[in-house]
Write a protein that binds this ligand. Structure first.
Ligand SMILES: Cc1cc2nc3c(=O)[nH]c(=O)nc-3n(C[C@H](O)[C@H](O)[C@H](O)COP(=O)(O)OP(=O)(O)OC[C@H]3O[C@@H](n4cnc5c(N)ncnc54)[C@H](O)[C@@H]3O)c2cc1C
Length: 476
């Protein structure tokens, strides 16, 4: 016997939860299937929340925030393990589970625990050990099954010495030495968190820069801080030619023949969609070579009533984007005239030490598009709040149209950057100019005050350029 719902959602991560709640809010009958015993997906159970809690705990335990300010040095006890740090994480995760479960209950979403796979375009079978399979049919489906770290065949993952981002929470002690392979978001975040916990960290990246998606001044600032604060060794623009585990220790050989040794090697190099075993072929849904479902701008797969959102569709693969994609997908599935498109102004945050955040256009993008732009920059070195807290690393950078001063984008590097960036996001959303920052009164002393000085700097650069060109405005 089958049970029918207006919408069947697979996966209770950020995308699945928000998509399910959105449809139920507008009166649809919704069933949410999750294979794990608890909801939250990677965000709650393995990625976003644990890594951010570990970072925060590392900052507190290592007293990194106070280091040097009061003439006292703090060090983390060497016998402290991840589990000591994760005590706080347990509390945060349990609260997240409760909040998700309450949200689903409040919206009368029916939850089913088990592994779902399509048996046809309109039907799913849900299996759970020791139980009869349950058959669900749906008017529409939302696939929100997430992704998992990609395992290239030449990397000898063993979950203890050579690990991926999903194994980090299971390692027993803070390694004396850690090699991180991959200078993207996850690699950089864990590199500095572990360095704050006292590990000697080496980061290896195939490209010349960390966080290649950002402007060069961002990766320069980050690399400088990694060296200055933590003594992290960076091998950039370097390929790894071999990884071996010998005598319980990881050996990583790089292209010039050097072999680096560490107790733990963290390999962070891309993800694959969680689509294997999902029976998508029975429903006629197409995936690409990395197992990601291909969707259109309405988040519709190749089969019109089957939608997909979140990490299972690939880039940008953030919890923040996943939730919005799912809401938009469901609005299209049922013709709700509520949320037709995901905001074009998505902030992007990286919880490195210091944090990095961006919204809108980068300088690199403005240049590539041959726009008439200017930048304005203010350093936290010159910010009083930064001086008080000791958080002087980083800057606020505004990218704006040099003709009419309309804001095009902003980047912030520094503690609190992921919060600070929202102000620039709001100015962008309202198509504001950098004049907003000049006119606005900021609390003093705050890091946010740096926006005003970045705007002044921008205006001065425009004036300087006008003077240089004899009073004529020129293109960049
Ligand atoms: C280390 C790390 C740090 C991160 N930090 C951030 C951050 O700071 N900010 C941010 O925005 N994002 C961050 N992310 C990314 C974020 O975690 C993901 O983008 C987000 O979890 C994706 O949500 P999702 O709902 O698409 O998938 P997931 O959260 O992966 O959820 C998918 C769910 O589907 C279930 N499932 C899979 N297959 C089946 C099946 N066949 N049947 C039933 N259930 C199934 C899974 O069990 C899982 O619960 C981080 C990721 C990692 C790994």
């Amino acid at each position: 016997m089958s049970e029918h719902f207006d919408l069947v959602v697979i996966g209770a991560g950020p995308a699945g939860e928000k998509g399910a709640a959105q449809a139920a809010y507008f009166g649809k009958s919704v069933c949410l299937v999750e294979r794990a015993p608890k909801p939250g997906g990677t965000a709650v159970n393995a990625g976003t929340i644990p890594s951010k809690t570990l970072r925060e705990t590392a900052l507190v335990f290592s007293a990194l925030r106070q280091k040097g300010l009061y003439g006292v040095e703090f060090h983390v006890r060497p016998d402290i393990g991840i589990s000591d740090f994760m005590r706080r994480e347990r509390g945060v995760v349990e609260t997240s589970w409760r909040l998700i479960e309450e949200n689903l209950e409040r919206h009368h979403v029916v939850t089913v625990q088990g592994t779902a796979h399509f048996t046809g375009p309109q039907s799913l079978e849900v299996t759970r050990h020791g139980e009869e399979p349950r058959v669900l049919t749906g008017g529409a489906f939302l696939v929100a099954t997430g992704s998992h770290p990609w395992h290239p065949p030449h990397v000898p993952f063993d979950g203890a010495v050579v690990i991926d981002s999903g194994d980090v929470l299971a390692i027993e002690a803070i390694p004396a030495r850690l090699i991180v392979i991959g200078g993207g978001v996850i690699g950089c975040e864990y590199a500095c968190t572990f360095a704050a916990l006292g590990a000697q960290v080496t980061i290896i990246n195939a490209t010349e820069r960390l966080l290649t998606q950002f402007d060069h001044d961002v990766s320069d600032a980050l690399r400088q801080e990694f060296t200055r604060r933590f003594g992290i060794h960076s091998h950039l623009g370097v390929d790894v030619s071999g990884i071996e585990v010998r005598d319980g220790v990881g050996h990583v050989t790089i292209a010039d023949g050097t072999t680096l040794v560490a107790e733990v090697v963290l390999y962070c190099s891309g993800h694959e969609g969680n689509t294997a075993g999902l029976g998508l072929e029975n429903a006629g849904v197409a995936t690409n070579a990395r197992g990601f479902i291909q969707v259109d701008e309405k988040f519709r797969s190749s089969i019109t009533h089957i939608y997909a959102a979140g990490d299972v569709i690939g880039f940008p693969a953030t919890a923040s984007a996943s939730m919005e994609q799912a809401r938009v997908a469901v609005c299209h599935a049922f013709d709700f005239t509520y949320k037709q498109a995901i905001s074009g102004i998505l902030p992007y945050g990286v919880w490195t030490i210091p944090e990095v955040a961006t919204v809108g256009m980068s300088e690199h993008e403005a240049r590539a598009r041959e726009l008439s732009y200017e930048i304005g920059k203010a350093s936290f070195e010159d910010n009083v709040r930064g001086q008080i807290t000791g958080e002087t690393a980083g800057f606020v950078k505004l990218i704006f149209n040099s003709e009419d001063q309309r804001l095009l984008g902003a980047t912030v590097v520094g503690e609190g950057a992921c919060e600070l960036i929202h102000l620039a996001g709001a100015v962008l959303a309202f198509q504001g100019t950098i004049d907003y920052f000049i006119q606005a009164a900021f609390n003093y002393p705050t890091m946010g005050d740096a926006y005003k000085y970045a705007a002044y700097d921008g205006l001065q650069r425009v004036q300087a350029r006008i003077r240089k060109s004899g009073g004529m405005k020129t293109r960049n």
